[in-house]
Design a protein around this ligand. Structure first.
Ligand code: DHB
Ligand code: FE
Length: 266
C-alpha cells in the first residue's frame, strides 16, 4: 500500500531534480557518467568499504540531515551534547570492555596514548545515568579504520564501555590523527575533479545509548587540527572541539581528555 511520506518527498525530489537538470542543461553524456559513478560506488560497497555513503557525504547530505533531525539540539556548551554524523565506518558488535581498558590492540611506535574519562548525565536533571553504553571508534595513526587495514587486529581501536551507578566511563585510546577519506575510488575521483581535498579533521566517534534516553551519535574533534574549519564531510560543531592535555604520572598515557556527555530522555 502507498506510503504518503514517500509519495510527498519523491514528488518533491522529482520536481527539484527536473529544475536542476533544466537549469544546468545536463546532457545524456553527463547522465551516463553519473550512472557509472553510482554503479561503481555500489560495486565497491561492502562491509569494509561504504563507498556510496562516502560519495553522498561529500555533498553534505548526511551532515544536513543530522542538523535537520536534531534541530532542537543547540551547539552551546551547557546544552545536550551535540550530534555529529555517523559516517561509513561504524561496526556492530565492538568488544565490550571494562572501565580503564585500552582499545589499542597493536603496538604503534610513537603513538600518543590518551586517557579519556567523564560522566554520562541526564541533561535535564544533571543526574548520572547508569547502564549507558559508550561505543567508541577511531582510526589508527596511518589514517585507516581497522576494517580498511589488513595489518590491524580485528576490532582494533573499537570498544563499548558501560557506565555504573556513578555514570562514569573511562578508557585508553590514541590521540586521533587527521585522516584522508579513502581516495582511490569514485568518491576520491570526484574530489580530484572538483579540486577538493579529502581530509577530515582528527576525530573520535561515539554512539551513546541508555534505556529511556535518545541515542546520541557524535564525534569529538582535536582543536589543534588545521582541518577543523575545513572538514571534507562538514561534520564539525564548535561544542565538539576538544583540547587534549598532558597527563602526569600515568605510564599508560601521555595525554588525557575529560569529556562529559549530556543525554536527553524520551
Ligand atoms: C566519513 C565520515 C568519517 O567519520 C570518516 O572517518 C570518513 C568519512 C563520511 O562521512 O563520509
Ligand atoms: Fe571517522
Amino acid at each position: 500500500k502507498a506510503n504518503p511520506r514517500l509519495k510527498k518527498v519523491f514528488g518533491s525530489l522529482v520536481q527539484h531534480l527536473h529544475d536542476f537538470l533544466r537549469e544546468n542543461e545536463v546532457t545524456l553524456d553527463e547522465f551516463f557518467t553519473a550512472i557509472e559513478m553510482v554503479n561503481s560506488c555500489g560495486r565497491m560497497s561492502d562491509d569494509k568499504r561504504n563507498e556510496t555513503q562516502l560519495l553522498i557525504d561529500l555533498l553534505g547530505v548526511e551532515s544536513l540531515c543530522d542538523e535537520i533531525t536534531y534541530k532542537l539540539a543547540t551547539d552551546a556548551p551547557d546544552a545536550p551534547t551535540a550530534t555529529a554524523i555517523l559516517g561509513p565506518f561504524w561496526r556492530e558488535n565492538a568488544p565490550k570492555l571494562p572501565m580503564d581498558a585500552s582499545i589499542v590492540k597493536n603496538e604503534i611506535p610513537d603513538a600518543e596514548h590518551t586517557y579519556i574519562f567523564g560522566k554520562v548525565t541526564d541533561f535535564a536533571t544533571g543526574k548520572p545515568i547508569e547502564g549507558a553504553k559508550v561505543d567508541v571508534w577511531h582510526t589508527a595513526p596511518n589514517g585507516l579504520y581497522e576494517q580498511q587495514d589488513p595489518d590491524q587486529p580485528d576490532m582494533n581501536l573499537r570498544g563499548i564501555f558501560t557506565t555504573g551507578e556513578d555514570g562514569k566511563y573511562s578508557f585508553y585510546c590514541l590521540r586521533p590523527t587527521p585522516y584522508p577519506i579513502p581516495y582511490d575510488g569514485p568518491a576520491g575521483k570526484l574530489l580530484k575533479l572538483l579540486d577538493r581535498h579529502p581530509m577530515r579533521p582528527a576525530h573520535i566517534h561515539f554512539i551513546l545509548t541508555a534505556p529511556n534516553y535518545k541515542p546520541l551519535v557524535t564525534q569529538i574533534f582535536d582543536r589543534r587540527d588545521k582541518y577543523i574549519s575545513n572538514d571534507t564531510v562538514f561534520a564539525v560543531k564548535d561544542s565538539l572541539v576538544v583540547d587534549f592535555k598532558p597527563r602526569e604520572g600515568d605510564p599508560k598515557a601521555q595525554l588525557e581528555l575529560p569529556y562529559d556527555f549530556r543525554l536527553v530522555s524520551y
